[in-house]
Design a protein around this ligand. Structure first.
Ligand code: LLP
Length: 413
């Protein structure tokens, strides 16, 4: 993504740690979605999961590209609203939306993914009071297990998210269908993240079709939308990354077969890629600081960021790859451990990686940090949040300023 020269120019201009996003990669991904999903299959919609990385510029790009957006909080919604993101293309998720968040979403006119009965009751009351009509989907937890880190599995039975496909849901659905202000469109599920296997999606679709048949029989209602969530895996180190249609072709085929065979109307299919769209579009540039060698044990090379800008290795044991931007002989390879600067032994970005020899002040780029790094960043140890720059061909543009110490304590009384 970057040459030595370019990496140095960016670092000189914006400092480190620095997130660098490539607009070309983002647009390539959107085009891949268009060619292999949206244009290949009728009645489909692609919804970017903003939690992976969201800022005003990202919203502007999505808006220009006619993409939809999944938001999970008042803050994400506010970001989308700040660039006048079309309300009918926003999907509001979350298992504990506050009254204020619901009011804002209803006033703006977004689609809601209803997670539980409390939320439904709040929605009925708020839409009634505001005299607004909105579209809703119900989030269901279809009871399938996905093979990924346990913190990012979401579609199993014991989950804080969504409804089980049972009698209770039928009762709640009746309430929604009878409401004058809510337009019940269908179901949403999200099984987990960083998945490489399409079978849990297939299994979930089959369970939902069974349930859709029950709704047809007992409530005489056809679902119009099925949102199969995100979760499509990407390559960080040794993974083999499938193309999007490895997932979507099979998903579409299953939907067609299952709904047809049960004589049900085929619903519109939504997907919600987050990591898949943005993960590889971002990298983080750091400056090398201290280097400590413990003979026969390990060489620690520390950078000027760490778990504050990338919590994933510490939280999930995630692996990353890196590239070195320096002028030394690239053939002199050594094994090092790349450490962050936080006061925490677990603040290791990459354990045991073979890289060209590094020295203090060299620049290193940790790759594929576009998803769930800046968005999960913190001010732990009072480290300011990094700057984010977007490159587009030979141009670069600051899209999020580096946080200053003043800004960091601005709201402290
Ligand atoms: N839709 C819903 C309802 C979700 O909960 C998620 C992710 C997505 C879509 C997007 O999933 P993706 O395509 O990005 O896998 N912080 C974790 C990932 C948590 C994902 C939570 N939900 C990580 O860093 O791996």
């Amino acid at each position: 993504m970057l040459s030595n020269k370019r990496a140095k120019e960016l670092v000189n201009k914006y400092g480190t740690p620095l997130f660098v996003y490539s607009k070309d990669i983002i647009l390539d991904k959107i085009n891949e979605l268009r060619e292999n999903f949206l244009e290949k299959h009728d009645n489909t919609e692609a919804v970017y999961a903003g939690k992976a990385f969201l800022c005003k510029e990202m919203c502007r790009i999505l808006k220009r590209e006619n993409m939809s957006l999944d938001v999970v909080s008042g803050g994400e919604l506010y970001t989308a609203m700040s660039v006048e993101f079309p309300e009918n293309k926003i999907y509001f998720h979350g298992n504990n939306k506050t009254i204020e968040e619901i009011k804002t979403g209803v006033e703006y006119g977004v689609n809601f993914i209803v997670d539980n009965e409390n939320e439904l009751n709040n929605l009925i009351q708020i839409t009634d009071n505001l005299n607004k009509k909105i579209n809703i989907l119900f989030r269901v937890s279809p009871g399938v297990e996905a093979h990924t880190h346990k913190y990012i599995i979401t579609g199993n039975v014991d989950s804080k998210f969504g409804f089980q496909l049972n009698d209770y849901l039928l009762k709640v659905l009746k309430k929604a269908i009878n409401s004058n202000t809510l337009n019940f469109m269908g179901f949403h599920f999200h099984i987990g993240s960083q998945l490489f296997d399409v079978s849990p999606y297939i299994e979930a679709i089959k369970k939902i079709t069974e349930y859709a048949k029950r709704i047809k029989k007992e409530l005489n209602y056809d679902i119009k939308i099925l949102d199969v969530g995100g979760g499509f895996g990407i390559k960080y180190t040794d993974e083999t990354e499938p193309k999007i249609n490895f997932f979507t072709d099979k998903i579409m085929e299953t939907v067609q077969n299952e709904f047809k065979s049960k004589e049900l109307i085929i619903p519109k299919i939504l997907i919600e890629p987050g990591r898949w769209l943005i993960g590889k579009a971002g990298m983080t540039l750091y400056k090398i600081g201290t280097i400590k060698e413990i003979p026969d044990v390990r060489k620690y090379v520390s950078v000027d960021g760490g778990m504050t800008d990338n919590i994933r290795p510490a939280l999930y044991g995630s692996n990353y790859d890196a590239v070195v931007f320096n002028d030394l002989d690239k053939n002199e390879i050594e094994k090092i451990t790349l450490a962050g600067k936080c006061c925490e032994s677990g603040d290791i970005l990459i354990k045991d990686i073979e890289l060209p020899k590094l020295k203090t002040n060299d620049i290193i780029g940790v790759l594929s940090t576009g998803a769930y790094c800046y968005s999960m960043s913190s001010n732990y140890n009072k480290l300011p949040k990094p700057a984010v720059v977007m490159i587009n061909g030979s141009e670069d543009k600051l899209i999020i300023k580096r946080q200053s110490y003043e800004k960091m304590i601005e709201d402290e009384l």
